[in-house]
Ligand binder design. Structure first.
Ligand code: FE
Ligand code: FE
Ligand code: FE
Length: 182
């Protein structure tokens, strides 16, 4: 692959993101299924819907560029998804599994944030105003998802630190309800 210009790099990076998002379309339902916390489950489901829109935005950009979105595999996302799979195969306490799912998901979001930040900036430099706008929208969604995961982790990590023990089982649901009612 010879890259002679920022424009060519821009297209390559967009293809990488298109591959990454499509891999996530398959991974997010599995992560939702593996989550125990209903808030985390809902978070993954919400982001799955957003991801569908992100794929559409990329398709729109490729159409305007008269380029195919296909032809590249994001190996980094392949690895991140693979790590997520490894975690899901572990025999973990539900709260610990949820914490691990958040850790895996935040790695994914940070990768996307880096990727979209770059292509958004390239689009601006190349005068691709409409594309820059679309890419900024996705970048904002990824950022909000990352923040939402941090918020969920603030509770889930604490629960994971002290997963439901035999004697505590009575007390735990009450604590949960109190948190949910806030
Ligand atoms: Fe995404
Ligand atoms: Fe990649
Ligand atoms: Fe994302």
């Amino acid at each position: 692959m010879k890259l002679d210009s920022l424009k060519e790099l821009y297209v390559e990076e967009l293809k990488d993101l298109y591959s990454a998002e499509n891999q996530l379309l398959k991974a997010l339902p599995k992560m939702a299924k593996a989550a125990t916390s209903s808030a985390l489950k809902k978070g993954f489901e919400k982001h799955l819907e957003e991801t569908k829109g992100q794929v559409e935005r990329l398709e729109q950009i490729f159409k305007a560029l008269d380029e195919s979105p296909k032809g590249k595999k994001c190996k980094a996302m392949e690895g991140l998804v693979e790590e997520g799979k490894e975690v899901m195969e572990e025999d973990a306490e539900p709260e610990v599994m949820d914490a691990a799912l958040i850790a895996a998901a935040q790695r994914v979001e940070h990768y996307e944030i880096a990727g979209y930040g770059c292509v958004r900036t390239y689009a601006q430099l190349l005068g691709e105003t409409q594309a820059a706008k679309l890419l900024q929208q996705t970048l904002d969604e990824e950022g909000k998802t990352d923040q939402a995961l941090t918020k969920l982790a603030e509770k889930i990590n604490v629960d994971a630190e002290d997963p439901v023990g035999e004697e505590e089982e009575e007390e735990k649901p009450r604590r949960r309800r109190a948190v949910a009612a806030r």
